[in-house]
Design a protein around this ligand. Structure first.
Ligand code: NAP
Length: 489
């Protein structure tokens, strides 16, 4: 199935930080793929901006290299590449400087949608907003796209919201969380609210617990300086995992409308109980000595601070204090250098109230697993009779669905999260972007947890690279009579 293309009018997209890692790996390749899909109309302009002085032709050559490196060769059509490069321009601008702004203004066409993607360090967001405004570059239909991290605590997030609000209305600010652009994440809402099947069971009466896992195999090498000031709580839980939790726990919005959806997510964040310190396990990965495999540094070497107390792993039990979820815990875990790269949400249902079978065999609870990566899809584990003449014995089998197989040839036409989100910006649809009050509420819940560790001088527990995380994380579940799902691809 080829994805439906919703037409848009010609637009101008300015990428600040166009020579950086994110622009090279995600934004520019994503735009090219949308161009090939026919979603970027002729006459649109994609304008790179960064401090590096270079001609537009040199930037186009960089974009050509980016396509060669990051786009599937099956999409390397020479005509399409030339057509895409014809939309590209470049202007040298320092976010804190005064030059280049007039050139940028001359490149954007009045009266159309202007999107300004702030793919630069967060410390420059305010400067860019202020200068776009001062140089009268952002017209009525201007939107700004703001990357993560959005603050490092409530105070900094509030200050950033206030700075952006001086120059842009909330409906013009797109705070990106690329997890929300993932096909499966949006499908969470479709599964919940377009099927009668699940919603009647979607509460504490029928759901025993929810597990959200985001496991990575990479460490923090190369990003050690950034990560060490952040840690798993700030880098993953406050934003991505919180958003996943909201989509599972929220009440049905009255309409699939940006503010209706975000109002419901906000209510979930505000309903989160403070977390008991005993319900949190933090970890730091160890190095690999190299016997039988390549040696790899541990977190403390990757982060270059031998005394660092920053966590590369966190597991926690969270309660949503409202009628729907009273008594159903949400277990979240995320970490680096774990056994496999996988992200999933697993919803474990309760036992049937009464068993009519004398010999239940290998009886287990129903589990709905929503896989975010790899192999996006859904899997519902149900009990059936074990085949054969051995009497009424039960066995658990999966009802398995991979989106790529179910929706298209090989999934090649399913847009990547950044592509989808950029096109939503152009269409003016904020449903999948975080609102300012949501971000602040998430920090308001996160801040006391981090402050508690700092006050107590907590040290993360070491865990082996390639493992499932620290031992105590297993205990977090065991003492509740539950267990984590295995981390595997
Ligand atoms: P990066 O590789 O360091 O690139 C930074 C970009 O900003 C470069 O193009 C740089 O070019 C430009 N820049 C630096 N100072 C500037 C200034 N004063 N004025 C104008 N341009 C300036 O960073 P990145 O990894 O792409 O990350 C960009 C943003 O995305 C950050 O907020 C980051 O937290 C966020 N993010 C990145 C990723 C990722 O995977 N990389 C993931 C999530 C979020 P010049 O040196 O030529 O100016």
């Amino acid at each position: 199935m080829v994805s439906r293309v919703i037409p848009v009018d010609p637009f101008d997209l300015v990428i600040f930080g166009a020579t950086g890692d994110l622009a090279r790996r995600k934004i520019l390749p994503g735009l090219y793929r949308r161009f090939v899909a026919g979603q970027i109309p002729e006459g649109s302009a994609i304008i790179g901006a960064a401090r590096t002085q270079m001609e537009a032709a040199a930037f186009r050559a960089q974009v050509r290299d980016v396509i060669a490196e990051f786009v599937d060769p099956a999409k390397h059509h020479p005509d399409q590449i030339e057509g895409f490069l014809a939309l590209i321009d470049y202007v040298a601008i320092d976010a804190r400087g005064t030059t280049g702004w007039a050139s940028l203004k001359a490149l954007v066409t009045p009266g159309r949608v202007h999107a300004f993607y702030f793919s630069v360090a967060p410390g420059l967001f305010g400067d860019l907003a202020e200068r776009l405004h001062a140089h009268d570059i952002a017209g009525d239909q201007a939107r700004i796209v703001v990357e993560k991290p959005f603050g490092r605590d409530l105070a900094t997030a509030r200050a950033l919201n206030a700075t952006l609000a001086e120059h842009f209305d909330e409906h013009q600010i797109y705070r990106i969380d690329h997890y929300l652009g993932k096909e499966t994440v949006q499908n969470l809402m479709a599964v919940r609210f377009a099927n009668i099947l699940f919603e009647p069971l979607w509460n504490a009466q029928y759901i025993d617990h929810v597990q959200i896992t985001v496991a990575e195999t990479v460490g923090v090498a190369g990003r050690g300086a950034y990560y060490d000031r952040s840690g798993a709580m700030r880098d993953m839980v406050q934003n991505h995992m919180m958003q996943l939790l909201c989509l599972i726990a929220m009440e049905p919005p009255y309409h699939f409308d940006p503010d209706a959806v975000r109002d419901e997510k906000l209510k979930v964040i505000r309903a989160l109980d403070p977390v008991d310190p005993q319900d949190i396990v933090r970890g730091q990965y160890l190095g690999v000595s190299g016997k039988g495999c390549a040696p790899q540094p541990g977190y403390l070497a990757d982060a270059e601070n031998p005394g660092s107390r920053t966590e590369s792993y966190i597991a926690m039990k969270v309660h949503v204090a409202n009628w729907r979820w009273k008594g159903t815990p949400f277990y979240l875990r995320t970490g680096k250098r774990l056994r496999a790269r996988t992200s999933e949400i697993a919803i474990t249902f309760k036992e049937p109230p009464h068993s009519i079978f004398d010999d239940a065999g290998d009886w287990r609870e129903n589990v709905l697993v929503i896989r975010l990566q790899p192999n996006e899809g859904m899997n519902l584990k149900v009990m059936i009779k074990e085949p054969g003449p051995g009497g009424m014995r039960l066995v658990q089998v999966p009802l398995d669905m991979s989106f790529a197989e179910a929706l298209g040839d090989d999934g090649a036409d399913i847009p990547d999260a950044y592509e989808r989100l950029i096109m939503d910006v152009i269409r003016g649809n904020q449903t999948l972007f975080m609102r300012g009050d949501e971000v602040e509420a998430a920090w308001a819940w996160t801040d006391p947890i981090i402050a508690g560790w700092e006050a107590r001088g907590d040290r993360p527990q070491p865990y082996d690279a390639g493992s499932s995380g620290p031992e105590d994380a297993l205990m977090l579940m065991h003492r509740d009579g539950r267990r984590w799902r295995e981390i595997r691809e």
